[in-house]
Design a protein around this ligand. Structure first.
Ligand code: GDP
Length: 455
């Protein structure tokens, strides 16, 4: 439901910063500006022009802060309503005071994501674009940002609209026959209906194929480093991070807790977790570290199993193999600068084997590329047309639409047209929920409640 009252919130992050921005949207935006903001130059607030002045408490006449203000008259604003932004100094206290003054003008504090929700409800953006705004803010890698920007620009929305257009074309023909039940569905019309539905299904299939890549680009992956003590796990972590994050010593058993860092491999966000060396030990603290390391194995997207290639395969290495189960893992043979004694007994169990020397960095680039190759199947290109599904909500809707369409196509031309039309309408409804044409209030609540306040 959309109540057309005026809302306000702090749009900059909490805490102290250079500037703090208070955003106001709704019919009272101009009133708030004229009440609180005193521009140094004559003429008051002009739409889409920044003015410099002060924020004053009208009840006392006190100057609360120096500020810049910009008023954007509807519909040329983020929400398509009248919008006012006050840019004051970024201390939390001054920002809170300005917000309190704004709220005292009869304005309500905005809910999370409410500005973007209004932009959606007023038709400025669709639901995919609203979600993309959230993804832009949360992007952890270049490729995640690039994908979110494409979705914000409407590249994915256009593909969804193409599906809808095909389905609407098919539905129009089907309904024409429902209206005239005495006419049999001719071969030509049956073929055109199937062609339109086939086109829609082919776009859906192409999009579903991109989902795994899109999810990985958006959310990143978690990579767990395991191995026996002294295999070179911490050296590998430092090498991948390009810094001395983990303590490296020749004394076995120094890493006892899990160390976690996020890096980018070729634009892919990778959460690296270095673990305690796995071995039999009586040391209670070390044992706890090993238990934690083992518990992380099922949760990781990929395991880097590090082996010391200068030593023979040992019972401790076997412990690692046993702990891996059938999890996706790359065998990393470290210390290739030393005399090689290691033979891996079950190379075929790994998705790849990479030789490195963590001390010098030899082989690290190949390792990074090998990690990326396990997850990215379609090339992340600079093409303006590149698009991928990246949210389970979109994927689930398209899977459900495909089921309806499969049923529809299987039933034509013999089954009852009225019943078949239900499948087509269901498909249209779920496809429409992706861009928001048919999204319910509950869906909108769920999506926008995960936004931050002020967005
Ligand atoms: P971890 O216990 O598995 O984390 O192993 P560390 O990273 O602490 O390394 C154990 C020892 O192996 C340290 O003395 C490292 O300097 C040494 N080391 C690690 N990688 C290499 C390598 O590529 N070549 C050589 N020669 N030594 C290495």
């Amino acid at each position: 439901m959309y109540i057309r009252d005026t809302i306000a919130a702090v749009s900059t992050p909490p805490g102290n910063g250079g500037i703090g921005i208070i955003r106001v949207s709704g019919d009272l935006a101009a009133v708030v500006g004229n009440t609180l903001f005193k521009p140094v130059s004559d003429g008051g607030l002009v739409s889409h022009r920044f003015s410099f002045g002060t924020i004053c408490d009208a009840s006392t006449g006190d100057v609360v802060d120096e500020a810049m203000a910009v008023y954007m008259r509807a519909p040329r604003s983020y929400t398509r309503e009248d919008v006012l932004e006050i840019h004051c100094h970024g201390g939390w206290l001054v920002v809170e005071r300005v917000l309190a003054l704004v709220l005292s003008c009869g304005v309500r504090l905005a809910d999370p994501g409410e500005f973007t929700r209004r932009a959606f409800l007023n038709g400025r953006i669709d639901l995919i674009q609203a979600e993309a705004v959230m993804d832009i803010i949360a992007s952890k890698s270049e490729s995640a940002l690039q994908l979110a920007q494409r979705q914000r620009e409407g590249v994915l929305s256009k593909r969804i609209d193409d599906i809808r257009t095909c389905l609407l074309r098919a539905l129009a023909l089907v309904e024409a026959y429902i209206d005239f039940p005495d006419d049999d569905l001719g071969e030509t019309d049956s073929a055109s209906i199937l062609a339109s539905v086939g086109e829609a299904r082919s776009i859906i299939a192409d999009l579903l194929f991109t989902f795994e890549d899109g999810r990985v680009i958006r959310d990143g992956i978690s990579v767990l480093i395991v191995g026996k003590p002294n295999a070179g796990k911490s050296s590998l972590l430092n090498c991948l991070l390009n810094e001395n994050r983990a303590i490296v010593t020749h004394i076995p058993g120094t890493t006892r807790d899990i160390i976690e860092e996020t890096v980018s491999f070729g634009g892919l966000s990778v959460r690296l977790l270095d673990t305690a060396g796995i071995r039999h030990t009586d040391d209670f603290v070390e044992q706890e570290g090993i238990t934690r390391a083992l518990a992380k194995i099922p949760q990781a997207d990929l395991i880097l199993a590090v082996f010391d290639a200068s030593k023979e395969f040992s019972r401790e290495d076997q412990l690692i193999l046993d702990a891996l189960g059938d999890h996706k893992a790359i065998a990393v043979l470290n210390k290739t600068d030393l005399h090689q004694r290691f033979v891996l007994p079950c190379e075929g169990r790994f998705v790849a084997l990479v030789r490195i020397a963590a001390l010098s960095g030899d082989g690290i680039d190949v390792l990074k590329q090998t990690v990326c190759k396990q997850f990215l199947h379609t090339a992340v290109t600079d093409s303006r047309e590149f698009v991928a599904l990246s949210r389970a909500r979109h994927r689930d809707a398209l899977v459900s639409a495909e089921q309806n369409l499969q049923q529809f196509a299987g039933g034509l031309p013999d089954s009852n047209l009225e019943l078949l039309a239900l499948d087509l309408r269901d498909a249209l409804r779920v496809v429409g929920s992706v861009t928001g044409q048919t999204a319910t209030d509950e869906v909108l609540d769920l999506i926008f409640s995960s936004f931050c306040i002020g967005k």
